[in-house]
Design a protein around this ligand. Structure first.
Ligand SMILES: [Zn+2]
Length: 337
């Protein structure tokens, strides 16, 4: 087993270098046009220099420009609704592009790119603007824990201590973010926000950090919805993991989120991307039957019969690791014909 890992790592390294050379020689068609099938891509934030200090998910606008260039050239980029309705080109890789979390950086840096390449994309947005907490809780955690001078804190009667690599863990070995996901409810998150209130006040004053937590205003959401290339969908109301809270609470979060977005955009919202990929079978069925959310997005499927629900599809999560040619070559079909 161990030997196989090493061998495959060596061969991966060779493949990765080869991919770089192929793109450098402008022979990328060899890789890109070989792919056939369909995939939905998940991106999150966009910044200007791909800063990975706080989290590993933000692509720079320059990298995304390259992604869009090659995707437009070699794949069939389609909207999420067309993906569900299987409006596919059988001879190509069909790609639907999605961005989660509704960051202001999507409005600032991504909307111009989408309009430059004329590509359909979906943005999945929370209702956090209608609360006193105008940020995604995970970004609050990433930033507050990065900048705090504390070496330990108590949350929900449990102590979290700073380890040698700078991350915090409790005595179950869980980081605050994992524990917050496990507990699920909003009260526990509010307790966490209270603990790091002064750190976050300082963070909010720093303009160079705005890209890493600020979410779109109502007016910016409206402007995105008015773009012919952008479709707006729900990402829950508070970004709670909807499989870890009471069914009734999950339902009201989705109703609130749908009402909030429809009120802003004046368009029907029929797409949802479940926050952190968390959902239950009952919730997906209820969303489809009661709210006409006919295009629902998971990360990976969580339950046995998920694929048979034709209103639910999985996605491929992308991270800005490796070189751009290798990022592109890792875009593989989730569905094949
Ligand atoms: Zn999210």
């Amino acid at each position: 087993m161990k030997l196989k890992n090493i061998a495959s790592r060596i061969s991966n390294k060779v493949n990765r270098t080869l991919t770089d050379i192929i793109f450098l020689a402008q022979l990328e068609k060899l890789i890109m046009s070989k792919k056939k099938g369909a995939v939905i891509l998940t991106y999150h934030g966009v910044d200007l220099n791909e800063d990975k200090r706080f989290n590993m998910r933000f692509f720079s606008n320059k990298t995304l420009d390259k992604h869009f260039y090659y995707l437009k050239k070699y794949t069939n980029v389609i909207s999420v609704s067309d993906y569900f309705e299987q409006k596919w080109d059988k001879n190509k890789l069909n790609v639907a592009i999605t961005f989660d979390d509704g960051y202001r950086n999507n409005f600032l840096y991504l909307k111009p790119l989408v309009e430059k390449y004329e590509l359909p994309v979906s943005f999945y947005i929370t209702g956090l603007n209608n609360t006193p907490y105008k940020f995604i809780w995970a970004d609050f955690a990433d930033l507050a824990l990065y900048f705090t001078k504390s070496n330990s804190f108590v949350l929900g009667n449990q102590e979290f201590r700073k380890t040698i690599n700078g991350s915090f863990i409790n005595n179950e070995g869980l980081t605050p973010k994992l524990k917050i996901k496990e507990i699920g409810n909003w009260e526990y998150k509010k307790e966490f926000f209270k603990l790091f209130e002064s750190e976050f006040n300082e963070i909010q004053k720093k303009t160079e950090l705005l890209d890493y937590w600020q979410i779109m205003s109502d007016e910016e959401i409206r402007e995105c919805a008015n773009s012919p290339y952008i479709n707006i969908g729900s990402h829950g109301f508070l970004h709670n993991n909807l499989n870890n809270i009471l069914f009734e609470n999950a339902k009201s979060e989705i109703i609130d989120s749908k009402n909030y977005l429809e009120n802003i955009t004046q368009k029907e919202v029929n797409e949802i991307a479940y926050p952190d990929g968390g959902y239950t079978e009952d919730l997906t069925k209820w969303c489809f039957e009661e709210l006409n959310l006919k295009f629902q997005l998971a990360c990976s499927f969580l339950h046995k019969n998920d694929f048979e629900r034709n209103y639910l599809r999985s996605r491929l999560d992308l991270y800005p690791v490796d070189t751009i040619p290798n990022q592109l070559s890792q875009i593989e079909p989730i569905l094949t014909f």
